[in-house]
Design a protein. Structure first.
Length: 467
C-alpha cells in the first residue's frame, strides 16, 4: 500500500465517521515507520477536505478520477494486488499534497489519478484564487505560491513560439506591443526568454496555441537533434503532455511542410487525452498521430511507424531535476531509480529496433547518473556495434558527468542542464545509427582488436616461456 492510498483510507474512515485517525491508522497493513508520514498527510488533508471536494467537483477532476479504470489508477505493474480505491478521499489527499503540502510534488506522477490531479493543478489553483467560499484553503495555497514564485524568481520565463501557427518575428512584435521585452534564445531560435516571474498564463497567444510556456531544458532534445532537417517522420515514444511532440512537429514542418509527421505514443489513457488537447491547441492534428498504447508493446514493423527515422525518448523518470531553486530534491531509493533506469533502457532499445531508425534522442529530467550516463553506458554496451553516441549542442557548456561505466570523452558528448544554466535539471544524449559499412568496419576492428589482444597474449606467453 503506498502512502497516498494509506492516507486516503484514513481520510475515508474519518469522514464517514467509522473511526478516529489513530484507530484508522493502526488498522492499516503498513510498515510501522510509515505511520507518522501517513498520519500527518491524512490529518492535514482533512483540514481542507470540503474545500478540495468542491474544487474537484467544479473542475471535473472528481468525475474524471471516479471514471478511470482499476489498472489505470496506479502503476499497476508495481502492485501484486490493487490497493483499495476511495476516489473522493484519494483526490483530497493528492490535491492537498500537490497544492499545500510540504513536498508539493506527487510521486508516480505519470499514473492514473495522480496524473489527473497533476494535470488539473492550474485549474484548481484558479478555483481557489477566485472562490471566496474557502478562505483558509485559498490563503494556504496563496502562501505556498508566493514562496514558490520567490524561489523561482531567479529563473527566466521561457516561451516557445509555435511555428505551425506563427513566426518568431510576429510573436516578438505581438509581445512587444503588450509591453514585454522578449529576447530570442541564442541556441534555440524558436524560444523566447522573458524576465523571471513574467506571467503569461491566460495571455491570448498562449490560449490560442501560438505560444507555449515551455522550460528551456524541455526544449533541449529537439533543439539538440543533429541534422533535424533530414527527417520527415518521427516517433515520440513517451509523449504526454506533448510539449516536445508539438515542438518536434513544428520543427520538422519547417523543412517538410507537407510530409512532416510524428507518431506520438502514450500509454496512460488520461494522459493521452491531455496529449490530444495539446496537439489540437498547437494546430497539429494533421501532423501528429496520437497512439494510445505502450511503446514497449508496439509491433516495430507496423507500417504506421516503420518509416520513422527519428525518435524522441523522454521516458518517465525520478523527476529529480524538476525542483525550484533552493527546494529539496525528492528522495528515491536505489531500487526505485534502478526500476526507472530499466524502463528507460527498454524504451530507447525499442526505438533503436525500428527498421528505418537513424537517430534516437534520449532525455530525462533526472539528476541521477543511474538514469542518465549509466543508461547510455548500458545502451552502448548492448548496441554500440550498430549505434554510436554523438556529441550534441557544442555551444552548451554543461556536459554529461563522468561516471563509472562510460569513458569521460563519451560522457562529454552528452548534455546536462541545471539551475546554473538558468533552467531545471535535465539530461540529453543522442545515438546515431552507424552506416552498414561502418558496422562492418566496427566489427572488423573489434575482430582485429581481439586478434591483437590474443596474439599479444600469445607473444607474452612465448616471451614468458623463453624466460
Ligand atoms: C516524462 S513524461 C514525457 C513528457 C513529454 N515528453 C513532454 O515533453 O511533454 C513521460 C510520459 O511517457 C509516458 N510513458 C511512460 N512509459 C511509456 C510507455 N512504455 N509507452 C508509452 N508511454 C509511456 C508516461 O505516461 C508519461 O506521460
Amino acid at each position: 500500500m503506498n502512502v497516498y492510498n494509506a492516507a486516503a483510507s484514513v481520510v475515508e474512515k474519518v469522514r464517514s465517521k467509522h473511526s478516529g485517525i489513530r484507530a484508522a491508522l493502526y488498522a492499516l497493513p503498513i510498515a510501522h515507520s510509515l505511520r507518522p508520514t501517513v498520519q500527518a498527510l491524512a490529518q492535514e488533508s482533512l483540514k481542507h477536505a470540503e474545500a478540495i471536494v468542491s474544487a474537484a467537483q467544479a473542475t471535473g477532476l472528481l468525475d474524471a478520477v471516479k471514471a478511470i479504470d482499476a489498472t489505470e489508477r496506479v502503476d499497476s505493474a508495481r502492485f501484486k494486488a490493487l490497493p483499495a480505491f476511495f476516489p473522493e478521499s484519494l483526490v483530497i489527499v493528492l490535491c492537498y499534497e500537490l497544492l499545500i503540502g510540504p513536498l508539493r510534488k506527487l510521486k508516480g506522477a505519470h499514473f492514473g489519478s495522480v496524473a489527473l490531479v497533476r494535470d488539473a493543478q492550474t485549474e484548481l489553483q484558479m478555483f481557489f484564487n477566485t472562490s471566496k467560499d474557502y478562505p483558509k484553503t485559498s490563503a494556504a495555497i496563496a502562501k505556498v505560491r508566493t514562496k514558490e514564485n520567490k524561489a523561482n524568481s531567479s529563473l527566466p520565463r521561457y516561451i516557445r513560439v509555435n511555428t505551425l501557427k506563427s513566426t518568431v518575428d510576429k510573436a516578438v512584435k505581438a509581445l512587444q506591443k503588450n509591453g514585454f521585452k522578449p529576447v530570442v534564445h541564442p541556441i534555440i531560435p524558436e524560444l523566447l526568454v522573458l524576465p523571471p516571474g513574467t506571467n503569461l498564463h491566460g495571455h491570448a497567444l498562449v490560449k490560442s496555441g501560438v505560444l507555449f510556456v515551455q522550460d528551456l531544458a524541455s526544449c533541449l532534445p529537439v533543439a539538440a537533434t543533429p541534422s533535424i532537417e533530414q527527417h520527415k517522420i518521427a516517433v515520440d515514444a513517451c509523449a504526454a503532455p506533448g510539449n516536445k511532440t508539438t515542438q518536434l512537429a513544428a520543427k520538422l514542418a519547417l523543412t517538410h511542410p507537407k510530409e512532416a509527421s510524428v507518431i506520438a505514443f502514450e500509454r496512460v489513457p488520461a494522459r493521452a487525452k491531455s496529449l490530444k488537447n495539446t496537439v489540437t491547441k498547437a494546430g497539429a492534428n494533421d501532423k501528429i498521430n496520437v497512439v494510445e498504447a505502450d511503446f514497449l508493446e508496439m509491433d516495430r514493423m507496423d507500417k504506421r511507424w516503420a518509416q520513422a527515422t527519428l525518435a524522441i525518448c523522454d521516458p518517465s523518470c525520478s523527476g529529480s531535476g524538476n525542483v525550484s531553486v533552493g527546494e529539496d530534491i525528492p528522495v528515491h531509493t536505489t531500487e526505485e531509480l534502478q526500476a526507472f533506469a530499466d524502463h528507460q533502457f527498454a524504451i530507447v532499445q525499442k526505438a533503436m529496433s525500428l527498421p528505418n531508425m537513424q537517430t534516437v534522442m534520449y532525455s530525462t529530467c533526472s539528476i541521477h547518473q543511474i538514469e542518465n550516463e549509466e543508461v547510455v553506458a548500458r545502451l552502448l554496451k548492448e548496441h554500440g556495434a550498430e549505434w554510436s553516441l554523438v556529441s550534441i549542442l557544442p555551444d552548451w557548456s554543461e556536459r554529461g558527468e563522468t561516471c563509472k561505466n562510460l569513458a569521460e570523452r563519451l560522457c562529454k558528448r552528452c548534455v546536462r542542464a541545471s539551475h546554473a544554466q538558468k533552467t531545471h535539471g535535465f539530461f540529453v544524449s543522442c545515438f546515431v545509427k552507424r552506416h552498414a559499412e561502418n558496422i562492418v568496419d566496427a566489427s572488423l576492428k573489434r575482430k582485429s582488436a581481439c586478434e591483437v589482444t590474443s596474439s599479444s597474449k600469445k607473444m607474452k606467453i612465448k616471451h614468458t616461456k623463453k624466460k
